[in-house]
Design a protein around this ligand. Structure first.
Ligand code: TXA
Ligand code: MG
Length: 350
């Protein structure tokens, strides 16, 4: 296989009429363009152009067996992608599109196998970010994974995308920092009941309330898969979100957590270059130890986590001691990412 990449003088442009026209021209010509969404930045290409889709995998260094999400402007476009749209999917679409929700649906045969990694289903999302919507309005179907290099923390600013892909793509549309900061919630509605494959900004509790039924948690969402165990979502079995620094997630009640983090920091060798990554209140308590704040609440923690992991690398820290949170509401999504960033290395504080 040819894994060579074209070289580009990558342009980073604010979203405006001119840059959108350029992005559309590039996409129609089969190029890969980075675009903002409300969750994270995406690395987009024309979903019906197999060559362009293959280029996404090359640029990102993504394993071929991990399928992509197709982004659309309006639910009416589902007709080209989905063989059927069950009642359950319709309820979710009515409430959450446009927004940070991806649905797994039975696919139509014409959806390229390069997008779905030969699965019988396709992932579809209708984003709410005005920049993404302006680009999608022309009717193009954009296949896009998160724009990070495979395995690295996701990209929540245009600069992160440039850091990972300078010279490899022609254009990055800058639509500002991503509001949600974690990738979309992924729900499989292709079978007899809804299964949450990736928690995100739309919580399991809100999904259940909307559907009026329980939503099962996909295998591998909060624990590593056992060897040989089948993931419903191929993305669950790959290494994810990892900074260069070693990450350990600390769990427990506030006081015990505070003691555990302090002890781990104080016992770390100076050469480890430890840093605490916790909510603001805990950072305060643990001064003068060095820390990166995750903000005041779960919402801020979600939107800052990936940026802080990247920042820790930039600042040269070697050991990130990360505060865990309760796995309810948005906390489920935060912990799903945190545990993966840590390669599931955790400490229980009592
Ligand atoms: O917020 C988001 O969803 C961002 C923005 C750019 O839209 N995109 C994103 O894409 O996070 P990516 O490729 O990083 O994650 C897509 C996830 C992967 O875990 C993949 O395995 C899963 O969705 N997926 C895609 N198609 C699937 C399918 N047919 N069945 C099950 N899982 C699927
Ligand atoms: Mg990703």
């Amino acid at each position: 296989m040819d894994v060579s990449l074209k070289k580009y003088d990558t342009r980073l442009l604010p979203v405006n009429d001119e840059s959108l026209r350029l992005a559309q021209t590039l996409l129609r010509a089969g190029e890969v363009v980075a675009l903002p969404t409300e969750t994270v930045y995406g690395l987009g290409a024309d979903a019906f152009n197999e060559e362009a889709v293959r280029n996404i995998f090359k640029v990102k260094g993504r394993p071929q067996d991990n399928p992509l999400i197709v982004h659309i402007y309006d639910k009416s476009q589902l007709d080209r992608l989905a063989a059927e749209v069950p009642e359950r999917a319709k309820k979710l679409i009515e409430r959450f599109w446009p927004g940070p929700l991806t649905l797994i649906l039975k696919k139509k045969p014409q959806v390229p196998d390069s997008v779905t990694a030969h699965l019988p289903t396709v992932a579809v999302r209708c984003p709410s970010h005005p920049g993404a919507r302006a680009l999608l309005k022309s009717g193009i179907f954009i296949a896009a994974p998160s724009a990070n290099l495979s395995g690295r923390p996701s990209t929540t600013t245009a600069q992160h995308v440039l850091d990972d892909h300078a010279g490899k793509i022609p254009l990055i549309l800058d639509g500002g920092p991503c509001q949600v900061g974690l990738e979309s919630t992924v729900v499989d509605v292709s079978g007899g009941h809804a299964v949450l494959l990736r928690p995100g900004g739309i919580t399991r509790e809100v999904l259940e309330e909307t559907l009026g039924e329980p939503v099962a948690l996909g295998k591998g969402v909060l624990q590593p898969l056992e060897d040989g165990e089948q993931a419903l979502s191929p993305g669950l079995k790959h290494t994810h979100y990892k900074p260069r620094a070693r990450v350990i997630v600390f769990e427990g009640e506030t006081d015990a957590l505070c003691r555990g983090l302090a002890q781990a920091y104080d016992e770390a060798a100076a050469g480890d270059r430890p840093v605490l990554m916790c909510m603001e209140a805990l950072c305060e308590k643990l001064r003068p130890r060095e820390s990166l704040s995750l903000g005041k609440d779960a919402q801020q923690m979600a939107s800052r986590l990936f940026a802080d992991l990247r920042r820790a690398d930039e600042l040269g820290y070697g050991l990130i001691l990360l505060q865990g949170v309760e796995e309810t509401g948005l906390g489920l999504a935060v912990m799903n990412r945190a545990l993966r960033a840590a390669g599931f290395e955790t400490r229980r504080c009592d």
